[in-house]
Ligand binder design. Structure first.
Ligand SMILES: *[C@@H]1O[C@H](CO)[C@@H](O)[C@H](O)[C@H]1NC(C)=O
Ligand SMILES: *[C@@H]1O[C@H](CO)[C@@H](O)[C@H](O)[C@H]1NC(C)=O
Length: 327
């Protein structure tokens, strides 16, 4: 409040603005992808939700490193546009578009079938696609849409590709988590849209981000010794299209504050790129990589083996998955 009073005088407000802009321009991360010389020639990477935001920046980086990059997007039109942007900007023609809607398990299965048919290997899988603030609803497959989009889709996709990734080892799987994951909790009936009445605004998002972190941790355990590493990353607070379901006013305010204090999509992509390509992250598995690329343990609420096993089994049941890697 004191700060607000101070800022109400135009001079102080101006000083504050100048300071904020200066801080903004000087902000620099601990790890700089531009200084990392790793080349991805001969490697194949899949990035979901690659048409915009962090996903597009990650795909752009992989394309710059000469990787074969598959953009997995929901909309053919927006995906095609991203593909053209990436090809034009990087000169890499080995960038491809495949349609994937992670809210639909049928779409995930069809996508995975095409990948398994057409690709000899997959070295990097980035589970980036996700949304927040969506109204609760049940999909035609009987699943709650936020839980399907953010957790069950990526869960099923990863499991369907895991054998190919084992054959491609060393390979890396990345789940986009969020610092909000430590605020979530696990109730497996949520997957079917049950017991959501007491949920407040955005709670479902926190919970699905916790599920992503758990999924990464649990899969890392199951894949120990296979050469496939699995981590969750925190992109930081980023201004992205994941907010498209919020009201105009909310987004407007968020964007103004965000200009000074939040990361751009490009900055938000750094921890994901670090996890996917850096030498430092080689062999690292079951960890949580924070927005400044520090390798940490995931929060305590994602390390309870009993809860994690329960979520894993409930997710297998909800997606009709059989033959996932056991323990
Ligand atoms: C989700 O995170 C938001 C923002 O940090 C918080 O307001 C909300 O209470 C959280 N919900 C749960 C269930 O932890
Ligand atoms: C799982 O199988 C059941 C029974 O065949 C079906 O009703 C349901 O829609 C399937 N769920 C998914 C996500 O495919």
């Amino acid at each position: 409040m004191g700060l607000l009073c101070l800022l109400s005088h135009p001079i102080w407000f101006l000083c504050f603005l100048v300071l904020a802009v200066v801080l903004r321009m000087q902000r620099k991360g601990r790890w700089d992808p531009k200084k990392c010389r790793i080349d991805l020639t001969g490697k194949t990477a899949i990035v979901t939700g690659a048409n915009t935001g962090i996903g597009k920046c990650v795909a752009m980086d992989f394309a710059r490193r000469n990787g074969r990059v598959i953009l997995a997007c929901r909309s053919r039109e927006r995906g095609q546009k991203a593909l053209e942007d990436i090809q034009r900007e990087t000169g890499n023609q080995k960038v491809f578009l495949e349609i994937l809607d992670t809210s639909s398990m049928a779409s995930v299965r069809a996508f995975a079938d095409r990948i398994l048919r057409n690709e000899k290997k997959v070295d990097i899988l980035v589970n980036n696609a996700g949304a927040s603030g969506m109204p609760f609803s049940i999909t035609s497959e009987g699943l709650e849409v936020t839980y399907a989009t953010n957790h069950l889709g990526p869960f099923l996709l990863t499991n369907l590709l895991v054998d190919l990734m084992k054959r491609s080892a060393p390979s890396r799987i990345i789940f986009l988590g969020s610092f909000m994951h430590n605020r979530g909790y696990i109730d497996t009936t949520h997957l079917y849209g049950k017991n959501l009445e007491k949920m407040k605004f955005n709670d479902a998002y926190n919970c699905t981000k916790l599920m992503n972190t758990i999924c990464a941790k649990e899969l890392a355990e199951r894949l120990k010794g296979t050469g496939v590493t699995v981590n969750s990353v925190n992109p930081g607070i980023v201004m992205t299209d994941a907010m498209r379901y919020y009201s105009f006013l909310f987004r407007a305010i968020f964007n103004v504050i965000g200009f000074f204090f939040f990361k751009t999509a490009e900055e938000g992509a750094v921890s994901t790129i670090f996890s996917a390509v850096s030498e430092e992250a080689e062999g690292v598995t079951g960890k949580y990589i924070d927005s400044d690329c520090l390798i940490e343990l995931p929060s305590e609420n994602s390390r309870d083996p009993a809860v994690n096993k329960k979520l894993w089994e409930a997710s297998e049941a909800a997606t009709n998955l059989t033959g996932a890697p056991g323990k």
